[in-house]
Design a binder for this molecule. Structure first.
Ligand SMILES: C[S@@+](CC[C@H](N)C(=O)[O-])C[C@H]1O[C@@H](n2cnc3c(N)ncnc32)[C@H](O)[C@@H]1O
Length: 471
């Protein structure tokens, strides 16, 4: 599709010994940089040609200016530094230099120096303060405080990079890839909007978006996370795939934002507003929601109804869960304990307490396996800091005393089995339609829909494994 259009541009370029060899040299680079840059290049080329037709006689200098003006006003805000002043010295090599500049601002280059980020009230300072005080009062740390600061985010990203099977295990990556392909194959609309709930660094969402884009879809993305640093990291990750104008980062607390369905509608509507509906052509993009690596750190009875309330009838949900491997659930949870009880995880989890003024020598962090207190027939790995001496922590005017022998739960991570995932999602009105489980049986990806009155069959998803029956 791109090549014939580029060829037309070449045909129209004057038989000029300066431009022809240079453009020919740039053709492979332009093709390699993908649709976005090619589109800009073509726009520039089109205008270049238009001007050429009227101004060709005047040494081609006005043409240089027109082509570069168009290219640079479209991409100018993406430039790593200020664009040159074209009002002076339009040299004969300007087009060439402009093309160099265009290539530099293609994929993997820094984007705008500013980002528009929506911040939901659930993450306004007063709400964060309330939740922090609640965590200290109840001695149960809300997981969101492990992703709060830039330092914590960096530590988690490093931990994730070092330990996560999704980054290190090719089989796990293949499992996600199969889930992405099945979800992408379902999208019939030309445009698709991906909502990444708890997006983290955005690596998984980025792979899914790339797949969608490469299959010819126009993609837009809402990276949604409690951490501003994560949302910005995810935004940066996907900007190689999603145009900046189609990216709507949203900071919010999924556990407390009651109006999230409306907020997500509003955030996405900025994109829809620029479309005039044509008869028979749907203008609304298809919606795909991801919820990767999130379920372990929430009580299922709290988060699943919230998640279900965000999934509309036509949406697809891709959901991943950490699983206990093997036929014996308890033994499976014991097997994965070392994935938590290790120096990198300890360092990341302790950051929260150390930042409050607790010292390492005030006690020790212990990991245990416990039954789900809500009685969901699940088990979880929990980590608590046990004080071996008194410690006082002050947050503005509030003081918290931790006595010797007291403990603070800093973390938990639930483990599921495929059957338990299906059962709990089902209770919340979400039906698993296909699932992919890693060979290690430690992670699974589930493609879900909102339950319809008459549930549709699972068989239409070619290649997807049928639900496992081991539990
Ligand atoms: C284990 S990471 C998963 C990240 C990513 N989805 C992935 O699979 O790589 C959990 C993510 O959830 C976010 N998070 C934690 N609590 C949250 C909350 N209450 N609301 C929204 N996001 C939350 C964290 O900031 C973090 O990015």
């Amino acid at each position: 599709m791109k090549l014939p259009l580029l060829s037309r541009l070449f045909e129209d370029v004057p038989d000029n010994p300066f431009y022809q060899p240079r453009l020919a040299r740039w053709l492979p680079a332009v093709n390699a940089t993908g649709n976005g840059l090619s589109a800009i290049f073509l726009t520039a080329g089109y205008l270049f040609i238009q001007r050429k037709k009227s101004d060709c006689a005047s040494q081609n200098r006005p043409l240089d200016l027109a082509a570069l003006d168009v290219c640079l006003c479209h991409r100018g805000h993406h430039l790593p530094s200020a664009p040159p002043d074209f009002s002076t010295a339009i040299g004969s090599s300007l087009l060439f230099r402009g093309l160099v500049l265009l290539r530099q601002i293609g994929e993997n280059q820094p984007m705008s120096a500013v980002a528009n980020v929506f911040i939901h009230a659930s993450q306004f300072p007063e709400a964060v303060r309330r939740d922090l005080l609640e965590s200290l009062r109840t001695r149960k740390v809300n997981h969101k405080f492990h992703y709060d600061s830039v330092r914590q985010t960096q530590k988690w990203l490093a931990l994730h990079q070092a330990c996560s099977p999704s980054r290190n295990d090719t089989d796990c990556q293949a499992v996600y890839e199969r889930g992405f392909e099945a979800a992408a194959a379902r999208v019939k609309a030309k445009r698709v909007h991906l909502i990444g709930l708890g997006c983290g660094g955005g690596q998984k969402d980025s792979r899914l978006l790339k797949l969608l884009r490469d299959s010819g879809k126009e993609v837009s993305y809402t990276p949604c996370d409690v951490s501003t640093a994560m949302v910005l990291t995810a935004r940066r990750t996907v900007l190689t795939v999603v145009p900046e104008k189609n990216c709507f980062p949203l900071v919010c607390d999924l556990a407390t934002a009651d109006d999230l369905p409306e907020v997500l509608e509003k955030v996405g509507s900025a994109r829809r507003a620029d479309r005039t509906p044509r008869r028979g052509v749907p203008t609304n993009p298809a919606r795909l929601v991801t919820f990767f690596g999130m379920i372990p750190n929430f009580e299922p009875q709290t988060i699943l109804p919230r998640l279900a309330s965000l999934i509309q009838a036509q949406d697809s949900l891709l959901f991943s869960a950490n699983l206990a491997p093997g036929p014996d659930f308890a033994a499976g949870v014991r097997r994965i304990l070392p994935q938590y009880d290790n120096p990198l995880t300890r360092d990341w989890l302790m950051t929260f307490l150390l930042d409050l003024g607790v010292e390492q020598t005030d006690g020790e962090l212990r990991f245990v396996i416990e039954d789900d207190p809500a009685g969901n027939d699940l088990k979880r790995v929990a980590a608590s800091f046990h004080f071996n001496r008194r410690r006082r922590v002050e947050i503005e005017s509030e003081a918290f005393e931790f006595r010797r022998g007291e403990s603070v739960r800093v973390f938990f991570s639930y483990r599921y089995t495929p059957g338990r995932v299906r059962q709990l999602l089902g209770k919340s009105g979400l039906a698993v339609q296909a699932e992919w489980i890693t060979k290690s049986e430690e992670e699974g990806v589930f493609l879900c829909r909102r339950k319809q009155r008459r549930n549709c069959s699972k068989s239409s998803l070619g290649g997807a494994s049928v639900p496992a029956s081991r539990d």
